[in-house]
Design a protein around this ligand. Structure first.
Ligand code: UD1
Ligand code: CA
Length: 453
């Protein structure tokens, strides 16, 4: 079976009141349309044809995917007209799945079920849902034997039809041959003078086909987004689903309303996530890892038994097991912490390796550094890695002790076992197992007078 997915994404989304096209509005930091494309891709489809119109250039430049092509609908004359723009991109023998660019959370399993329900005798299948509040949606009209007869749009419906609570989600699967034929006979004689895709249902019925219907497992899968309020509601629902999944895998989530997942998270047992944690990109957390309140982790790998204390910010880094980080730590891209390392408060680390059991406990900047095992970095120590033009490396051997308030002016090497006296500015190689310091002798000026006004 050749599967072509057509995504309708040409509409303006006036109610967003935004310069950003509707389908580029972010849900969990990813454009709505990108969610739809990623889902389509999970079906292993042969091609994705995205019908774009408003903000076409912007949409094209920000959306990516395999087997993805765009086709332009210059004027938005209705959903049927939109699908017609994809006409040359599918053939009669293809199966076509129609998705909407502003309905981001449809599950792959639901779409598979929808696709499984069509065959030569049943060339058209609809995803429908029963809503307590169906206003605005096209209604599914069934006969006395419960067979689908038609979809009637809100604006074309009489009282009796308006009372129907089963609605059209817009998502459907249809055989290419029939779709081509039915689209060619669409007209726009209706309340909105639009070419309605939904008119193909009554065409199929009049040709004697019975229409299949499938329902999603969760209502969230078919919710569309038209304004910022709906966007926010869907975001919270999505976030709740993410928290639920993590809890089902064994995580302790202190408050499911105060966790944000903007990417994908993998966890081992007994992870604890405190309030207002934000997880972005690819995050993996080992067994017993705790993430304190108000932490942001982006593209981070954390091994078991490590504790990340409140208000810490980690990005693009790898953390070993049994480490302690924060509170108020910042691990910037390229940081690697060995097992049992400790990074304390107000410490910033960039593009550096910290060895097993090494400690940077207070108020430091460590950049472009390779640090061995069991090193102790005193409070306020700073690597001076930048001369205003270039960046240089600092090498620190095993078992080194750096006294507080030291500046290590890179490039510089501190050999294993060395001790650096507090308050030093180290510009040259410090030999192994010796005390090195750069400090003028302490003097007391006898009889010195305080200045007066
Ligand atoms: C459509 C359905 C309705 C269904 C509802 C579900 C039709 C006639 N009606 O109504 O039965 O209950 O969706 O949300 O199909 N689009 C284009 N080009 C166009 C028109 C629309 O690309 O010319 C895109 C929009 O960007 C949007 C989607 O198609 O992503 C749906 O369009 P919209 O105008 O919101 O359709 P509804 O009137 O809500
Ligand atoms: Ca709509």
């Amino acid at each position: 079976m050749v599967l072509k997915v057509i995504i309708l994404a040409a509409g303006k989304g006036t109610r967003m009141r935004s310069n950003l096209p509707k389908v580029l509005q972010p849900l969990a930091q990813k454009p709505l349309l990108q969610h739809v494309i990623d889902t389509a891709q999970s079906l292993h489809c042969d091609e994705i044809i995205t019908v774009i119109g408003h903000g076409a250039e912007q949409v094209k430049s920000q959306i990516t995917g395999r087997h993805l092509l765009f086709t332009l609908q210059e004027e938005q004359l209705g959903t049927g007209h939109a699908v017609m723009q994809a006409n040359s991109h599918y053939s009669e023998s293809d199966t076509v799945l129609i998705l909407y660019g502003d309905v981001p959370l449809t599950a792959t399993s639901t779409l598979k079920r929808l696709l499984d329900s069509i065959d030569a005798q049943h060339p058209l299948s609809l995803l429908t849902v029963t809503l307590e509040e169906p206003t605005g949606y096209g209604r599914i009209v069934r006969d006395s034997k419960n067979a689908v007869q038609a979809i009637v749009e809100q604006k074309d419906a009489n009282e009796q039809v308006l009372a129907i609570t089963e609605v059209n989600t817009g998502i459907m699967a249809v055989k290419g041959s029939q779709l081509k034929k039915w689209l060619s006979t669409l007209d726009n004689r209706n309340a909105q003078a639009e070419y309605y895709l939904t008119d193909i249902i009554s065409m199929a019925v009049s040709e004697g086909f019975s229409i299949q219907t499938t329902q999603p497992d969760n209502e969230i899968e078919v919710l569309g987004v038209n304004d910022k309020l709906q966007l926010q509601r869907l975001e919270r629902q999505y976030q709740y689903e993410c928290a639920k999944q993590l809890m089902q895998q064994g995580a302790t989530v202190v408050d499911a309303q105060r966790l944000d997942v903007r990417g994908s998270v993998t966890i081992e047992p007994d992870v604890t996530l405190d309030v207002n944690v934000v997880l972005e990109g690819m995050v993996s957390l080992g067994a017993n890892v705790t993430v304190g309140a108000h932490c942001i982790l982006k593209n981070v790998q954390v091994a078991q038994n490590t504790h990340i204390h409140p208000f810490s910010h980690l990005e693009d880094c790898i953390v070993g097991q049994d480490c302690s980080i924060g509170p108020y730590a910042r691990l910037r891209p390229g940081t690697e912490l060995g097992n049992e390392a400790k990074v304390g408060n107000f410490v910033e680390i960039k593009k550096s390796k910290i060895g097993v059991g090494s400690k940077v406990s207070h108020l430091s900047y460590i950049g472009d550094t390779v640090m061995g095992n069991d090193v102790n970095i005193g409070a306020g120590t700073i690597t001076c890695n930048y001369d205003g033009v270039n960046k240089y490396q600092t090498m620190i051997g095993d078992g080194v002790f750096i006294g507080s308030d030291t500046q290590l002016v890179a490039p510089v090497e501190i050999d294993s076992g060395a001790t650096i006296g507090a308050g030093s500015t180290i510009t040259k190689h410090a030999p192994a197992n010796e005390l090195t310091l750069s400090r003028s002798k302490q003097v007391t000026i006898k009889g010195w007078q305080k200045p007066t006004k």
